[in-house]
Design a protein around this ligand. Sequence first.
Ligand SMILES: C[S@@+](CC[C@H](N)C(=O)[O-])C[C@H]1O[C@@H](n2cnc3c(N)ncnc32)[C@H](O)[C@@H]1O
Length: 315
Amino acid sequence: MAHSLYCSIPKKPISSIVISSPHIIFNSVHKFVPPVTPSLFPCRYCTWSSVSSSVAETDEHYRQSPRLVAKEYADLNLADKFTEDVGNLRIRQHVNPLRRALMIPAEAPNWKEVFGDATLPLMVDIGSDLRKEIAGSGRFLMWLAKRNSSSMNYLGLEIRPKLVTRAEYWVNELGLKNVHFISTNAMVSFQRLVSTYPGPLMLVSILCPDPHFKKKHHKRRVVQKPLVDSIVNNLAHGGQVFIQSDVLDVALDMRDYFDAVPDKLVHVDSVDPSLPCDGDGWVLNNPMGIRTEREIHAEFEGCKIYRRVYKKVQH
Ligand SMILES: C[S@@+](CC[C@H](N)C(=O)[O-])C[C@H]1O[C@@H](n2cnc3c(N)ncnc32)[C@H](O)[C@@H]1O
């Protein structure tokens, strides 16, 4: 099974890129990465400062960013499927995942009811939505599911129930049988959910997780040792972990956790020389063939995305 088939394509505008047919895990397309300003918090978007909507709405720059997202996800044709009930959600900036009410693990569903074929390889995306008050969040997994409808199942774990309701609505509208969202705190539910899945766990992604900047709030960050251990233990041999953030401090934090299990996880550049990394070992291009919504916004603002891709090995 091909797990990471990457190739380089010349830099060109996003609008002119044709997505190639997907591979089991990653699409073999690298997208144009705009020039970036390397710094801890290089731009307004990357600072995660709460830009007031009045500022954002008067700024053409900010208006263009959602349009770019819509363009990148045009294939899903979700604009037609927008409804007032599920489209526009007003949601608080950050959830505290350590709240008692959020510490109850989710029950595993009957996977045969959830997926058309529950034996297919599984990708789990942790924190799969985005709290923007725009229609269209959660589309990353839907896009992948549509592309790989007979070869892979996709599970999104998202702590905000309203976002999951909206994502599930769209999944039904699209008629996809290989993608499912569960409203839960991944920190407490990941193990129970994936350990009951009948097929192999082949890919786990944690993309632009909430940064929880204050040091005293770092324990709220989703990547903690128990989750990392659970990912590593449940991943099939050859399975991969894809992490990224536009916040260097968050990316370094995640990297430290995943680098800490070198007997089980190797960074892909050591086993796949075709994967281009920068001098600090950050994967240069998104290997999925589609960027997440936050990634699109952040790159539009000129932020660097710090990525790592690990592969499970047997020593
Ligand atoms: C900044 S958004 C990133 C969304 C998406 N991955 C992207 O890159 O566009 C982070 C998401 O993770 C969710 N989240 C935060 N903590 C979580 C947890 N412990 N379990 C599951 N989801 C979580 C948030 O509700 C939010 O939707």
